[in-house]
Design a protein around this ligand. Structure first.
Ligand SMILES: [Zn+2]
Length: 439
């Protein structure tokens, strides 16, 4: 065995489709290999992941799996999917090409270390929604993850667009790559060795990633797990045999420590009850020990769009906050209590409530206009306030049909403003909502 041989500048390699690429630069190095910048004859550039072949258990099998994934195609734009394999070099070493990471994307781990932050709350929620959509696309393609970790994701802090790299260990259902993820992201049953990674264990990992993205701490690392050195024995206990959510409703023995887990304590308070409930369900003892009640991607999607539409500015301190629809919200920054006048109530989606608080500048997206739309970015309506009353401006291209409580109907054209009076119903075309007034 010749073993691993790094590539040299100007070295040429043949891809499995017969094209020739030239190595121009080194882009980076990770646990599995080196990433080079390469160029086609046409001048087009790609990244080439070149594997530390000695570290791969069954290289031929690995090569074939990559080839299968290339054939299958990328689940969505969010994946930096393998494009072409190289031919074997020296009979055993190989790599694959993929698109080059744009500089505007920052590694998720840098957000966790507070080295980068999002432009605003909407871009952070966009990132969460994009992660959920990527997982859904992967599962629809019949694949699941095996080695999720915070090095897999890069996020644009302005747009919240997500890119997922290191897709080498994505496999089809019922297959097993032999590579386990990092314990912190693995479902407890995988850590315990009871199960191999599959869609349902990916769903647990998704909840961990969403928690880390929003709360910037780990859901199972609290005062009860604050060991001086984390060894495999402790890993097994914390993430496998004795996992306990730091915000468990019935057991506070792993609650955040006020001096150590400051992020967890400060950021948990930022989120409305329906997001806290979703995490409590995701990390309940039933979920951790029996794999029950984990949220589906569609459930997270609807919860997160609701969260995005709850972004308003505190009237006292002008900071962005998430406002509850049907109850008071204590501003996490100035502590004043704020309550929406009411809310727009839409039919449930994926059995999850869809509401928008009636509060100045709350935004409705294409998602709200059409019950089959998943567009959470195109703004279609905004709540406006005049002293003593609220209106909804039609920023869509469609007419709205409004039914007053007495049964009379009105048409609202694009650009019109509809007064939000109790019990009126607005039909947006492919979805309708009712105005509910808070007491
Ligand atoms: Zn405030």
């Amino acid at each position: 065995m010749a073993g691993f041989v790094p590539l040299k500048k100007n070295q040429q390699l043949e891809l499995s489709d017969g094209q020739i690429i030239t190595v121009t630069d080194k882009l980076g190095e990770g646990g599995q290999g080196i990433v080079y910048r390469v160029q086609y004859d046409t001048g087009e550039e790609r990244a080439l992941k070149w594997f530390f072949i000695d570290l791969i258990k069954e290289p031929r099998k690995f090569y074939n799996r990559l080839r299968d994934n290339i054939k299958k195609g990328s689940p969505s734009e969010a994946f930096l999917w393998p494009e072409q394999l190289t031919e074997y070099v020296d009979g055993e070493t190989f790599g694959y090409t993929m698109k080059i990471f744009p500089k505007s994307y920052k590694s998720f781990s840098r957000y966790l270390l507070a080295k980068v932050d999002f432009k605003d709350k909407a871009s952070m929620i966009n990132a969460a929604l994009n992660m959920v959509s990527a997982f859904k696309a992967l599962h629809l393609k019949g694949c699941n993850y095996q080695d999720l970790n915070d090095g897999n994701f890069s996020i644009n802090p302005e747009s919240g667009k997500v890119l997922i790299c290191d897709n080498d260990n994505v496999v089809g259902y019922k297959q097993y790559s032999g590579i386990l993820g990092k314990a912190r992201y693995m479902a407890p049953e995988v850590v315990r060795g009871d199960k191999q990674p599959e869609v349902d264990t990916d769903r647990y990992s998704l909840a961990v990633i969403l928690f880390m993205l929003l709360i910037r701490s780990h859901p199972l690392e609290g005062r009860g797990t604050n060991f001086p050195v984390l060894t495999n024995k402790y890993d097994l206990r914390i993430f496998g045999t004795n996992p306990l959510f730091i915000f468990d409703e019935n057991d506070s023995s792993n609650a955040p420590h006020p001096m150590i887990h400051i992020n967890a304590l400060n950021r948990w308070k930022l989120f409305p009850s329906f997001v806290q409930d979703a995490f409590q369900q995701s990390f309940s003892q039933e979920s951790l020990l029996q794999g029950k009640n984990r949220l589906l991607e569609n459930e997270w999607f609807n919860i997160l769009v609701r969260l995005k539409s709850s972004i308003v500015r505190c009237p006292h301190c002008a900071k962005e906050i998430f406002l509850e629809s049907d109850r008071s919200t204590a501003c996490p920054y100035c502590k004043n209590s704020i309550k929406a006048a009411g809310y727009l109530n839409f039919p449930k989606r994926a059995n999850r409530s869809v509401t928008v608080p009636i509060f100045k500048n709350a935004v409705l997206y294409d998602y709200h206009m059409n019950s089959s739309s998943n567009d959470f970015e195109t703004e279609r309506a905004v709540v406006l306030e005049k002293p003593g009353k609220f209106g909804l401006r039609n920023d869509s291209a469609d007419k709205w049909l409004v039914t007053a409580p007495d049964g009379r109907t009105f048409i609202r054209q694009p650009g019109d403003i509809q007064l939000l009076v109790p019990d009126c119903e607005i039909n947006f075309g492919k979805c309708s909502a009712q105005v509910i007034v808070n007491n």
